[in-house]
Design a protein around this ligand. Structure first.
Ligand SMILES: [Ca+2]
Ligand SMILES: [Ca+2]
Ligand SMILES: [Ca+2]
Ligand SMILES: [Ca+2]
Length: 504
């Protein structure tokens, strides 16, 4: 439905996009004469003098009839077709609509005695209750739709939408806009507006996909906030649901939306649009103002007073500014190691890109290793062969956003050289020669320290030193036997040297 086409009752599916029924199935009564009379009464029709009385003032007090026990109530009921909360027939909505008296339905008043007064509009389009007992009374104005799909507001004395007050809808011979009044002998007047403004939101991610499951979205008007919920069958579409009725209808004035993005997301942009189906066809942009933690549009920009303002919210992921972690799982000691096996584990709450382990000798990078990483935790393993010496492992990780973890350092030593074993000279240590001995002693050396020896599998641990020895080997000592013996020298790194000899 486009603006300017005949108003028709929208199908339910369209309601879900925030487009209401026209507040009455008979929206076009010929009220021109009534408007003219009212305008004449207040002087609005003075040619060209539109600035003189843009806003309806309360009706003047009626003359007393001299009876202090009764009073009159005059009700002006209007459709706020230029949606500003005021009855002002000089303002034209974007679709060409203007405020108009509404005389379609009777008004009812229950007086202080519980007596029901039932009035149709007078010839001038006003509802006049006369000679009502003074005291508290309740005014009822019927909703044109059932279930009620409009909201009434008290605009008496209002000079802007900020002054109007939402009226409750109660059941009294049908759904009624309901207002407590106190009748006094001087006479009372009320100016009551009706509107069916909607406020909805469509929430999408930056790729355009609808975002479901938002629980903290609210829609506001008239100083009140209403919790929004997601439409069944329309993912990413939200509106405040009205218990017992269909959706919350909003007061004219500032129409608001506020949202708390889900964890890890933030609001990237908010625009707004209106039209016959603004969520699906955001054909008429609205100006959005951000204020007080909410987004606002002006209802006066809505072409029809039963249209909706739709906020189009785009959420984006909050950039990852948190560093990943990197921890060295291996090695856990300085070594020495025959070859260096490195394992670095990394984590990131958003996603890893790579893990790096670099080997430095002094300040010189001698070996760089890395693994591409995916997911929120990953492992990098590398085994590197290096010349003997002291090294530093430096390791870190990088996440997809480019954040780099703290760099860890760990000192290691590499030893790929086997120890030496030399038969000692001197008859006190060694008797025999050329691999055949009565008694033999060996001198051991390793730059990265001797650990132990085994003789025929029997372990003799040695204090870890560069220089060591095993003295006075003969059958019966350290596992040595008569005949062939195998002596294996181990350095700390695990390199070995084997010595085979015969004992007599
Ligand atoms: Ca208005
Ligand atoms: Ca991160
Ligand atoms: Ca060694
Ligand atoms: Ca040892």
């Amino acid at each position: 439905m486009n603006i300017g086409e005949p108003l028709t009752v929208c199908p339910q599916a369209v309601h879900k996009f925030g487009v209401g029924d026209p507040p009455s199935s008979n929206l076009e009564p010929n009220l021109g004469n009534n408007d003219m009379r009212l305008a004449h009464r207040y002087g609005w029709a003075a040619a060209g003098a539109v600035t003189l009385a843009m806003i309806a003032a309360p009706l003047p007090a009626l003359a007393e009839d001299g009876d202090p026990t009764t009073g009159d109530l005059t009700v002006t009921r209007f459709d706020d077709r230029y949606a500003d909360g005021l009855f002002d027939t000089t303002r034209t909505s974007p679709s060409g609509d203007v405020d108009r008296l509404n005389t379609d339905l009777a008004a009812q008043l229950v007086d202080v005695n519980g007596t029901r007064h039932y009035k149709s509009a007078d010839a001038d389009g006003l509802y006049r209750f006369t000679d009502v007992p003074v005291g508290a009374a309740t005014l009822y104005l019927g909703h044109p739709n059932y279930p009620a799909n409009e909201v009434f507001f008290d605009a008496t004395g209002a000079t802007s939408a900020a002054d109007i007050t939402r009226m409750a809808t109660t059941e009294y011979y049908g759904a009624q806009g309901t207002l407590d009044v106190v009748i006094d002998a001087d006479g009372e007047q009320r100016l009551i507006g009706m509107t069916a403004l909607g406020v909805a939101a469509k929430v999408s991610s930056t790729d355009g996909a609808p975002v479901s499951g938002i629980t903290s979205i609210e829609f506001g008007s008239g100083g009140e906030w209403f919790v929004g919920s997601e439409y069944a069958g329309l993912p990413g579409g939200y509106e405040a649901q009205a218990p017992g009725y269909r959706v919350i209808r909003h007061l004219p004035g500032d129409l608001g939306m506020r949202i708390t993005a889900p964890a890890g997301y933030r609001v990237a942009s908010v625009t707004a649009a209106t039209g016959s189906a603004p969520i699906s066809y955001p054909d008429i942009p609205m100006t959005v103002v951000e204020r007080d933690g909410a987004y606002w549009v002006d209802s006066a920009a809505v072409p029809q007073y039963f249209f909706s303002a739709a906020f189009l919210v785009t959420l984006e992921e909050v950039p990852d500014t948190t560093r990943p972690t990197a921890s060295l799982v291996s090695p856990t000691t300085e070594g020495p190691f025959r070859s260096l096996s490195v394992q670095v584990d990394a984590t990131d709450e958003k996603g890893l890109k790579r893990i790096v382990a670099n080997i430095y000798k002094g300040t010189t990078l001698v070996k760089s290793t890395q693994s591409a990483a995916t997911g929120t935790s990953a492992t990098h393993r590398a085994t590197v062969s290096l010349p003997d010496g002291a090294y530093t492992v430096k390791y870190n990780s990088q996440d997809l956003a480019g954040n780099i973890s703290q760099t860890g350092t760990f000192a290691v030593t590499v030893d790929g050289t086997a120890p030496t074993a030399t038969v000692k000279d001197g008859s006190a240590y060694t008797v025999g020669g050329d691999g055949v001995y009565d008694l033999v002693s060996v001198k051991l050396y390793d730059a990265q320290k001797i650990d132990k020896v085994t003789i025929n599998g029997t372990v003799k641990d040695l204090t870890n030193n560069a220089w060591s020895d095993v003295n006075f080997i003969k059958p019966g000592t350290f596992g040595a036997v008569k005949g062939e013996n195998t002596l294996v020298v181990h350095d700390v790194a695990g390199n070995t040297r084997t010595l085979v000899f015969v004992l007599n």
